[in-house]
Design a protein around this ligand. Sequence first.
Ligand code: HEM
Length: 147
Amino acid sequence: MTTEIFLRYIHFISIFTIVGSLVAEHLLLKKTMTRSEISKLAKIDAVYGLAALTLLAVGLMLWWGSYGKPAIYYNQNWVFQLKLGLFALLGISSIYPTVFFIKQRKGNPEEVIVIPAKIAWTLRFELLLLLIIPFLAGLMARGIGYA
Ligand code: HEM
């Protein structure tokens, strides 16, 4: 019981960290930024990445660790699989901004870089996914989608 509560706690803290870092990136993003400003975004993005890996690891433990519900409960739940699919889409979408921030932070810190509009739209798409996934999580936790 305690392990499950602890895993759920880490699951939620990871989600809060992901949402917090993505909102921070979106708020700090400007049409043009210096390399030192981009370097700050890259650091926030690294926190996002670590939180996402932690979320995945704990999610897998909740899924396969049979804390509370057996794994088959999730294996036969299309809502859970849709949740995983959207999480994978979130991960894939996050690659472009991450690579851009890592590449553009190097060089003269005062040099001004034009930020492609696609970066802002990608962050917004990720935030949209983060609006949908918890809804699916609540449904699946109550057996909706279980065949
Ligand atoms: C951004 C990504 C994610 C979000 C926002 C999220 C959200 C949530 C929420 C809100 C719950 C609690 C549901 C409830 O009790 O009402 C939950 C539970 C759970 N999540 Fe996630 N989750 C995410 C990613 C994942 C991933 C990647 C996995 C698996 C690899 C996973 C596996 C689980 C499991 C097994 C539970 C327990 C559900 C139950 O009580 O039956 N989650 N998640």
